[in-house]
Design a binder for this molecule. Structure first.
Ligand SMILES: *Cc1c(COP(=O)(O)O)cnc(C)c1O
Length: 404
């Protein structure tokens, strides 16, 4: 990708930004300062699950902004309890801890697993097993968990206690999990940043059994896959293999920074008063918005709609992949977490889609991610497909020769 970094900016040069600045959004649409309109199939990286400026979220935020923003966890926050009640009623969990981001939610999950063994007389059990291609965040512990060299380089000693296993190597996993210092297995049911790589439901069931047999905990990182993204409230619900601990974020705040760590009563038993905390996490403002997201996502029929739109989009993409096998090798993913495994460089395909007025996000394994709002309509999916097709056609070898 061309170096578009603006060296005169006072910002850290950590991001390679596309040269676009948006002014406003509505539903699936984003508009730049100079009035260009884009279909947002990136969703701020799987965050804007209800699109931009959803009326219920906007109303909720305005009303709460006039009442109360922040008080800290020194006091009771009724909406925090309410959101925890709704999340636990809809999942395997009995307890919730609110944070402000995905990495913090994963950190809480790691700490919860280690504390569980600590208070249960096995403090030597602290190692966490993770998988190649994983992404768990950018804090020191979560880059150690993710294990990717490019994120660890230059940041001093890697945080101790994380072992990375090859994706799909059952023998390596069985051997590593049997070690007496293992606390938990941490896994994304579908790797997001890693390229929309799904763990087969059968393997999650197998992991669950293995963890039960060995007395270790199963942690799901559903930061990207949670809150309806895959057509179930959480992706693990496709398999029925529940975790002991689950981290979620991204979609859960609909664009407001929010993360959560969910756990069973047993797994959370080490998280005693004073053992963990956050200043901002679960503030009245965040909780008002989080509850408003749940009002929509947990409403009757909402997840059916996600699955319907998924079917429409995936069928159209499969047909496109058949017609342009030199550009798209395969279509992956569940629900509206969709990956196009590209034959051309994924960054170039994303740039070409942008030229056609559609925003997508690159991922590992040369994949282009499509992450439309969960309330996208059938007509919007058709419009998006026109743009995607135009981009794919432009990248196809035949057309590139013609235009050369
Ligand atoms: C995005 C992501 C994270 C990190 O979330 P942040 O909010 O960026 O800290 C962790 N795990 C997964 C699976 C993610 O997709």
């Amino acid at each position: 990708m061309a170096d578009t970094t603006d060296h005169s900016s006072p910002l850290f040069e950590t991001y390679a930004r596309a040269p676009l600045a948006f002014e406003r959004g509505s539903g699936v649409w984003l508009e730049t300062r100079d009035g260009r309109r884009f279909m947002d199939f990136g969703g701020g990286i799987a965050v804007n699950c209800l699109g931009h400026a959803h009326p219920h979220l906007v109303e909720t935020m305005k009303a709460q902004a006039e009442k109360l923003w922040h008080v800290s966890n020194l006091y009771e926050i009724p909406d925090q309890t309410r959101m925890a009640e709704r999340l636990t009623a809809a999942t395997f969990a009995d307890r919730a801890f609110f944070a402000n981001s995905g990495a913090e939610a994963v950190e809480c999950a790691i700490k919860t697993a280690r504390r569980y063994h600590y208070v249960n007389g096995a403090p030597e059990r602290y190692r966490i097993l993770t998988f190649e291609g994983a992404f768990h965040g950018r804090t020191l512990a979560t880059i150690a968990a993710g294990g990717q060299k490019k994120y660890l380089e230059g940041y001093g000693p890697k945080v101790e206690g994380f072992d990375q296993l090859p994706f799909g190597d059952h023998d390596a996993l069985r051997e590593a999990a049997a070690q007496p210092d293992v606390a938990a297995i941490l896994i994304e049911p579908i790797q997001g940043e890693g390229g929309i790589r799904s763990v087969p439901p059968m393997c999650l069931t197998g992991l669950r059994e293995m963890c039960d047999n060995l007395g270790i905990l199963l942690i799901y990182d559903e930061v990207q896959t949670g809150v309806g993204r895959t057509g179930k409230f959480f992706a693990y619900q496709h398999s029925g293999a529940a975790p002991d601990i689950l981290a979620s974020a991204k979609g859960i705040g609909g664009g407001f920074p929010l993360g959560v760590c969910l756990a069973t009563e047993r797994a959370a038993s080490g998280m005693t008063p004073g053992s963990h905390g956050t200043t901002y996490g679960g503030s009245p403002l965040a909780m008002a918005i989080g509850n408003a997201v749940l009002d929509v996502v947990l409403d009757d029929g909402f997840l059916d709609h996600v699955r319907d739109m998924s079917l429409q989009l995936k069928q159209s993409l499969a047909s496109l992949s058949d017609r342009y096998p030199d550009v798209i090798e395969a279509v992956r993913g569940e629900g509206l977490l969709i990956g196009l495994k590209a034959k051309v460089p994924n960054g170039e395909l994303v740039a070409q889609m942008r030229e056609e007025g559609l925003l997508a996000v690159p991922a590992g394994d040369n994949v282009v991610r499509l992450l439309p709002p969960l309330n996208v309509t059938a007509d919007e999916v058709r419009q998006a497909m026109d743009r995607i097709e135009a981009a794919v056609a432009a990248m196809s070898a035949g057309n590139r020769r013609e235009s050369a």
